[in-house]
Design a protein around this ligand. Structure first.
Ligand code: MEV
Length: 437
């Protein structure tokens, strides 16, 4: 076991790798040679990547893929996607192609408010705290002036502040809840900086306020942070067609197909086992475009899953309805994302992704992302209720298994033919390689 190391971040890249090799790779060259292969030969590009994270010693590649033919609000998009799951892009592209001729996807942003909180402990009555905040509202807001100045020019800023009494759930616990419009940025840094400035001002004022608030009621700032729960930053998307237009799907009777799909969606509404997996399918597409556009997928994941539980029970995020001859899929999700700030101005591939999408506003990107989620969801359920998911999935996964078993070029070509009509799994591929030397 290695000894605790102090000052690791201060070591040079070479020293970090030496330490790693000594402690985990028998002093061999193994780690260094792999880490070096993944370094970018362009020094400027490498420097950009090194700047993204502390202790960075190499890069971690994931495929960067394209999914064309996405008709969204009557515009034809090609979607950039970063994912390692082999069948995701193929399924998404089929879905986009299918909906293209049926009018594509329509999407609309319903609300754009993001929220942050100053978490307070206060040993007094809410009216006293409210009065203190109300009397000092303009000073508290003024403390953010240098931060909000540019944001205001872009139509954003702070739109509301409110004291929330949480003492029934936790002794002395209050929140100062602050609403933000962050324009085209995701705004995490902006929100957190504003909250910290406001918290500092509140602390200062509470000491001055005749010493009253601080001394008598022990007002204490616990922490100031944005919330990744964003139920007021919502986008809705849908796609619809005549039931008869579903005829080209796997040759199934279109009425039966529509009913079966609706039933599958209904199952996900009422059963948590299915809802979580159904939503994971949606996130396959959403995470992939979030990464390609430089957005914080962890924040979106956290917000979306919390939203899925907002009816006190975890539910699916999308629904399927059939009215007369109309088949409709819809999704409603919170999406706190941005198209400026963060790594959007730094990462060359992120810049490329945004350009490909027509340098969208954050509203436009919210619409695109919601449609990608819905399209991915349709593709997954379509497979599940027809051929089953493994057919397409394992077809795409075959190459991974072949590489894992060190197949040569000739074996790969033969395997692709051989497995066209046979079951693909780890042992069948292993047997194939053994018997086709
Ligand atoms: C696999 O990554 C995603 C699915 O499980 C989604 C679903 O079941 O709806 C196929």
């Amino acid at each position: 076991m290695p000894k605790k190391i102090i000052g690791f971040s201060k070591l040079s890249r070479e020293e970090k790798i030496d330490w790693l090799s000594k402690n985990f790779f028998d002093n061999s060259n193994q780690a260094k040679s792999i880490l070096d292969i993944y370094l970018n030969s362009n020094k400027d590009i490498q420097a950009i990547h090194d700047s993204f994270s502390e202790n960075s010693v190499s890069n971690f590649y994931l495929p960067y893929s394209l999914s064309p033919n996405f008709l969204i609000n009557d515009k034809n998009y090609t979607i950039p996607l970063v994912t390692e799951e082999s069948s995701v892009v193929a399924a998404l592209s089929n879905s986009a192609k299918f909906w293209f001729d049926k009018g594509g996807f329509k999407a609309k942003v319903k609300s754009l408010i993001k929220r942050g909180h100053i978490h307070l402990s206060f040993d007094g009555n809410i009216d006293v705290l409210k009065e203190f905040i109300d009397n000092n509202r303009s000073d508290i807001l003024k403390s953010t002036d240098n931060l909000t100045m540019n944001m205001k020019k872009r139509g954003g800023g702070i739109s509301a502040i409110d004291i929330i009494d949480k003492t029934s759930e936790l002794k002395n616990y209050f929140q100062l809840s602050v609403d933000f419009n962050t324009s085209d940025s995701m705004g995490a840094n902006f929100i957190n900086s504003c909250l910290e400035a406001m918290a500092k001002k509140i602390d200062e004022l509470s000491k001055q306020y005749d010493g009253f608030i601080k001394n008598c009621f022990n007002l204490n700032i616990v922490m100031s942070i944005l919330s990744n729960y964003t139920p007021d930053c919502i986008v809705e998307a849908h796609a619809e067609c005549n039931i008869d237009d579903l005829i080209d799907i796997n040759g199934t009777n279109s009425n039966d197909f529509a009913k079966k799909m609706k039933y599958a969606f209904d199952i996900a509404k009422i059963d948590i086992n299915r809802a979580v997996t159904h939503n994971k399918g949606i996130m396959n597409g959403i995470d992939a475009i979030l990464i390609a556009t430089g957005n914080d997928f962890r924040a979106v994941e956290a917000g979306i899953h919390a939203y899925a539980s907002s009816n006190s029970k975890y539910e699916s995020l999308s629904e399927c309805t059939i009215t007369d001859n109309k088949f409709r899929l819809g999704i409603k999700i919170p999406l706190s994302i941005g198209t400026v700030g963060g790594i959007t101005d730094l990462h060359p591939l992120v810049k490329l992704s945004l350009k490909m999408l027509g340098n969208p506003s954050s509203r436009d990107l919210m619409c695109i992302i919601a449609c990608v989620g819905l399209a991915q969801n349709f593709a997954a359920i379509k497979s599940l209720i027809t051929s089953g998911i493994q057919h397409g999935h394992m077809k795409m996964h075959l190459i991974n298994l072949l590489i894992k078993y060190n197949a040569n070029k000739d074996q790969i070509i033969r395997a692709e033919k051989y497995f066209a009509d046979k079951e693909i799994n780890s042992s069948s591929v292993f047997e194939f390689i053994k018997s086709h030397k």
